[in-house]
Design a protein. Sequence first.
Length: 519
Amino acid sequence: MSGTSDDTSAPPAAAKSRPWLKGCCWGCGACVMAFLLLVVVLCVFLARVPKIYPVSARPVAPPEPTNHAAAALDGFESPYLGHTGSWDGKGGGMGGSSKSGDLDKEAAMGLRWTFMPVYWRALEPEGPVDLAKETPTAWQRLDAFVVEAHRRRLNILMQAPVMGGNAGGPPNWAGRREPGKSAPEQMDAAAAFAGKLASRYAPGGTLAVKQGWGLGYGVRAWELDNEPEGYLTHWKDQAGDYAEFATKTAARIKAVDPRAVIALPGCGGGHQSVNWIEGALDAPRLAGSPAYRKQAVGFSIGPVADVVSFHDYEGLDSGFAGGDRTLEPVLDDVRDVFERWETRQAGSARGRKLEFWHTEGNFDFLGLLSARRRAAWRMQMFTRAFAAGIAKVCVMDASKAEQVAVRAYVRALPWPFPMLPADAEARVVRGKARAFRHPEHAGPAAGQTWVLWARADSGAAQVEIPVTHDRVTIVGVDGLESVREVANHRLTLELEGDPKMAPPVLVLDRPLIPRNTPQ
């Protein structure tokens, strides 16, 4: 009756909600499309290849093989720094996974270095640890990593203590001078932690004694924190605090191991790093937190740094900077700021930093450049870096194709210094090309290695180079080798072109070594 008439006149509840559902669907779809468009635009933007890779106008003097002879560790002089996978800051990968696979990759590439950051809050979360009484699980895992690195003959660049970046700051019990930033309230406790690490992991330390290594193996290279100028948890506006941390930490490490090599500041490749480094160098400026300024005692990273470290992702940094931020200009910026400080201190160029290490970076950590192009970039980057005089260069997260290219390059050039720009020595018959040459020892059988590639986006190239020997070995990015007979000591090469990153060719102009002879 009346109920029947009401039922037939009222629209179903589901029908009433349909416009809202439809609106939600359209809204969600638009959001998804906008997000995908943003991803595409970002990928295109960040995948741009720098327009030029300039030769350094004033390269750093190339290192000598004996520069780190005092380190007395096998392979310490090698210029290739392994930096593979993820880390949990206490000896493992993300989620506590094993680093063994990453170490295997580095050893297979012929590298003699690996890398491990150590987070202070991960190893001493509740307070200072007395290792004479106990070895907490986190320390045991870090012990295991060092043991595994030793088994593979890999020296360790230990980035420690780390409070910034992914470490999330100092442990809560150590306090902070400013909320959300890196500088601990208990700065001396951070230095004490560094001394504890050195006592355990330096050559002749407690782990070395336990393992029977004596003075033959241990951690002798230390990078102090990670991109302190502004990455995640950071020392931004705390440059002076960082200088205090570096000064006190280095002193504790060297009290244990006078041969230790201190690398810093490990800043990123952006322009903003320069002002921050200036503040960390200039002690009278007191460029730090209110607590640091209140102390009225200035510190500088200048006297502390044995080597100057920096990070650079050539593709990403160039994309974000809106201009070319390749290794050469980044090195020049970092070097200039140190030299300005050194000149002010000494009134001359004496006492300048002699070594610069590139300790983090690849082309892009997103893998936007194809694997083949990244393999080509590896060889190009090595060559340009060594020509600029960079003493150690990072090999970070190499794909399979890159691992092959790295292995081929390391095998051909275990000691690549000096690396000389040689465009004027190579006759370009067709196209455009880059040429570099590494002269080896002098004498009748003196050898040399050429590294050549076609310039990006200029097509293939043909070049002619002078060689000393009648037979040379050609090595490609794919690791394949071939022997070429040479007439009249002039070798003609066809170089493959590419719009973004042409594959280099190595020419080993040296006495041929039988394939069954170890290298």
